[in-house]
Design a protein around this ligand. Structure first.
Ligand SMILES: Cc1cc2nc3c(=O)[nH]c(=O)nc-3n(C[C@H](O)[C@H](O)[C@H](O)COP(=O)(O)OP(=O)(O)OC[C@H]3O[C@@H](n4cnc5c(N)ncnc54)[C@H](O)[C@@H]3O)c2cc1C
Length: 447
């Protein structure tokens, strides 16, 4: 182990100096690994969190890359037991040819099971399936004192609720049982529909809810004074020939973003131009296609290290949810503020969350509408815009997603996650993160 490691999150902001990394060789050496160092430790999967919830400045990161074994699969129940460092990518490669899919998936397959549970991630089917945690039957958690416990809705239920969405702070998840979903093949019947304003978005969203398993929208938020976008919806295909069942995704290794992009590539003009081209690449209003699951769920995974596109200063993602009763007004105000600031974004995603409750004390989703944007890190102007947006969200009774956050205030976090005080009781004294300390969490042992 060498000193002074710089580690980044996916957004490359902030960069933090750590004392080093620890890599347990198996699930049986996790507690010993944590106790082999005299400093605070944070479990880390693939580092696909955008901000500082996967960083631990002044401490150690415990990488789960060797906790990567498939343990068991029950084909009658569709239940997979695997270690927490197994990635969604690895699960898809093994199970799609056998007719199984992930119950919930985020917009990248390069995340681990541990990371998916610890952020209680959501996907395009939130309105039908809830969060990832809803499909986790049980898991084993190990604390730094060596205590191991099986957690489920019925056993150690309080630890189950603290650990799902628990930001890696309650202990290390060793393995988990996940319920996979049967599919007829790897293809999705997809429809993309252009919309001209928010009212139209809400109308299409409502009409899609019952018959579409997956829904999401891309938004052009720099379009004159309003917004427009493309609504994408889809379902798994009904029937396929046996051979086609085997068509899993390919590795993206042949493509990589080759350099840290210079800042002129990220100006309002280029973003505006990109948005115009993207919106107009579909000529007709409604288009139907059959697409493989890979580009449907993971369009960004096709280019390795696409986060370098934002240059050395990195970028910030900002994702909020505002509850149903306030959603339209608050979302309109937020979009107006963004348009006024001229701080545009290539990637603006809008979706309605459903009402299936999440299990975690700190789970992010709630019934309402969620908006996510990438912003190049241009410094103070951006930070003050994001503070303003946080205030709108809090006044509407919503919250900001910790997995994407790098700067919200402790006040914003604590007021919008009211179970935080209860959650603190479950935090392992040896585990911590930059995020946790930033929002007001404390650890008993010194770094
Ligand atoms: C392109 C892209 C698209 C995304 N789309 C979505 C989306 O649609 N929906 C969504 O919800 N999120 C989305 N995300 C965020 C991503 O899904 C989450 O940040 C996810 O948790 C990252 O998993 P990871 O394995 O990289 O974990 P990391 O980022 O390394 O860690 C995440 C958290 O998990 C904890 N952790 C990791 N392993 C363990 C373990 N074994 N035991 C206990 N704690 C552990 C860490 O301490 C940390 O708190 C996206 C990210 C990217 C880059």
């Amino acid at each position: 182990m060498s000193n002074n490691y710089y580690f980044e999150s996916w957004g490359r902001f902030p960069r933090r100096i750590h004392l080093g990394e620890i890599v347990p060789q198996s699930i049986n050496t996790v507690a010993d690994s944590i106790n082999s160092v005299n400093a605070l430790v944070l479990p880390r999967g693939m580092g696909r969190s955008y901000g500082d919830s996967c960083l631990n400045d002044g401490g150690y990161l415990l990488f789960t890359r060797l906790l990567n074994k498939f343990v068991n699969f029950n084909p009658d129940m569709g239940i997979l037991r695997c270690e927490s460092g197994v990635t969604l990518d690895e699960i898809l490669k093994v199970f799609v040819p056998q007719g199984w899919f992930l119950p919930v998936t985020p917009g990248t397959k390069f995340v681990t099971i541990g990371g998916a549970i610890a952020n209680d991630v959501h996907g395009k089917n939130h309105h039908k399936a809830g969060t990832f945690g809803s499909h986790v039957i049980c898991f084993e958690l190990e604390r730094s004192d060596g205590t191991r416990m099986i957690c489920s809705k019925d056993r150690n239920a309080d630890w189950y609720e603290a650990t799902i969405g628990g930001l890696g702070l309650t202990g290390v998840i060793l393995w988990a049982d996940i319920r996979l979903k049967p599919i007829n093949g790897p293809y999705i019947e997809m429809e993309s529909i252009k919309f001209e304003n928010l009212d139209e978005f809400f109308q299409i969203s409502q009409e899609s809810e019952a018959h579409c398993e997956y829904t999401v929208s891309w938004l052009d938020c720099l379009h004159n004074d309003g917004v427009r976008g493309i609504f994408m919806r889809g379902n798994h295909i009904n029937k396929l020939e046996k051979e086609e069942m085997k068509a899993v995704h390919k590795n993206p290794t042949w493509k990589a973003f080759p350099f840290d992009a210079p800042s002129f590539l990220l100006s309002t003009v280029t973003i505006k131009l990109f948005n115009i081209l993207f919106y107009n690449k579909q000529i007709i209003r409604k288009q139907r296609r059959i697409v493989h699951y890979d580009p449907f769920f993971y369009p960004l995974d096709n280019v390795n290290n696409w986060n370098r596109m934002y240059g050395k200063r990195g970028f910030l993602q900002w994702q909020c949810v505002v509850p149903v009763k306030n959603n339209k007004d608050a979302i309109r105000t937020i979009l107006k503020e963004i348009s006024k600031s001229k701080l545009g974004s290539f990637l603006v995603v809008l979706k309605e969350f459903g009402s299936i409750p999440a299990h975690g004390m700190l789970s992010f989703p709630m019934p309402g509408i969620t908006l996510a944007l990438d912003f190049p890190n241009v410094g103070e102007k951006l930070f003050s815009l994001l503070n303003k947006l946080d205030d709108i969200v809090c006044s509407a009774g919503g919250r900001i997603y910790p997995a994407k956050d790098a700067r919200m205030s402790g006040k914003t976090f604590r007021s919008s996650f009211p179970k935080f005080e209860e959650f603190i009781k479950y935090v392992d004294p040896k585990l911590s993160s930059s995020f946790y300390r930033r929002v007001g969490g404390r650890n008993d042992i010194a770094n």
